[in-house]
Design a protein. Structure first.
Lengths: 126, 251
């Protein structure tokens, strides 16, 4: 029982985020299909976001929005860090843009080669 | 085989690093110095109850401008990559494709079955609500969870909905381009107004801060977030439109 009481709740988010990074990296390194590589990248991206959010968590903290529930006078002791949340917001949008460009490259490759397997694209290999 | 071993080694080492990181992790019990400053002074300086918005739009407003720029460049890149260039060879290919299509007319007829009555009615009923919800989310960005990027994503999901339900529907690229450029331009103008009338670039205090917690308060934040929301919404809609199978060329 004591173990559960001491167990920080954000550790769950942190370890799932780290797990997602590993899974995404595995997908990017082993898969041969371009769409699957992009999915691996997205998984890794999501994992990084989860790690960042977990690091910004303060024990017992709530969302950094001042209203009737969180009064201005004791907001400093009750809210989570707003900086990692703002960074994750930026990171999500950038990740979306990068994924869109990667997918359009995939479409382009499929149009010219009629395949999505990366083994077929060998002309830039040394 | 060596490659597999190498990948396995990399993953094992990463797992080891991450395991150490997670096992030595202890939850923060107080805010970092920067976070403390933002929480303590944000509401009185910026006038926005949502502190994440205060950080994103004003304290780190320049980063957000960069973020919008990155999104714009990626949308432009998608447009460039998915553009169908109509050279002679391509036209020949297209004619051949059309001939092949004629042979497979029955198959495509099954794939391109028009949407049913239920889908069409639901689209007409729900689409305005989805877009209205997107506008609600970005107008209340300084009061509640949400903001320009989230609202824009909701508007783009409305476009996605339209494209899935009625694939034949036409989206005017010219309208998208004009709205997007105008809102992006106005965003920079608002930032420069901050330099001229208040403390610095993207300072929101050149407008009245208003009553804390009102819809029209927190200076220029609702204006900036409305512009970002429009820009992001139209940009993502353009990206979705580009990914459609039947691309109709530029503009």
């Amino acid at each position: 029982m004591n173990f559960i009481a001491d167990f920080p709740i954000s550790l769950i988010v942190l370890s799932s985020g780290l797990g997602l990074i590993i899974i995404g990296l595995w997908g990017m390194l082993t898969q041969r299909n371009i769409i699957r590589i992009i999915i691996g990248f997205s998984l890794m991206d999501t994992g990084i976001h989860m790690v960042m959010v977990a690091i910004g968590y303060i024990t017992g903290g709530t969302a950094p929005i001042i209203n009737d529930a969180v009064l201005f006078s004791d907001a400093v002791n009750r809210v989570v860090d707003p900086v990692p949340s703002a960074l994750v917001l930026t990171a999500i949008v950038i990740g979306l843009g990068v994924t869109a460009v990667m997918l359009s490259f995939a479409v382009r490759i499929y149009r010219t080669r009629k395949t999505l397997m990366i083994d077929e694209c060998t002309e830039s290999k040394g | 085989m060596i490659k597999r071993m190498f990948i396995f080694l990399i993953l094992a080492l990463m797992t080891m690093i991450f395991f150490n990181l997670a096992s030595n992790y202890s939850e923060n019990t107080s805010l970092s110095k920067l976070g403390h400053y933002y929480v303590k002074n944000g509401p009185s300086e910026i006038g926005a109850p949502n502190l994440v918005t205060a950080v994103v739009v004003t304290y780190r407003g320049l980063d957000t401008l960069g973020e919008v720029t990155v999104l714009f460049i990626s949308a432009a890149g998608v447009g460039l990559l998915l553009r169908r260039t109509r050279r002679k060879q391509d036209i020949k290919d297209l004619v051949n494709e059309d001939l092949e299509k004629g042979d497979r007319a029955e198959e495509t007829a099954i794939n391109h079955r028009p949407a049913s009555e239920i889908v069409e009615t639901a689209t007409e009923l729900l689409l305005p609500m989805v877009i209205l919800f997107g506008i609600y989310v970005f107008m209340n960005g300084h009061l509640s969870p949400g903001g320009g990027f989230q609202g824009g994503a909701i508007i783009a999901s409305g476009t996605m909905f339209l494209l899935l339900a009625l694939p034949e529907s036409h989206i005017s690229r010219l309208m998208i381009a004009i709205t997007e450029s105008l809102s992006g331009f106005s965003y920079v103008v608002v930032g420069v107004l901050g330099v001229l009338l208040a403390g610095g670039f993207l300072d929101n205090r050149f407008m009245d801060l208003g009553d804390f917690g009102d819809l029209f308060s927190a200076g220029a934040i609702p204006l900036i977030y409305a512009l970002i929301g429009l820009k992001v919404g139209f940009e993502l809609s353009a990206v979705l439109d580009r990914f459609r199978k039947e691309d109709t060329g530029p503009l």
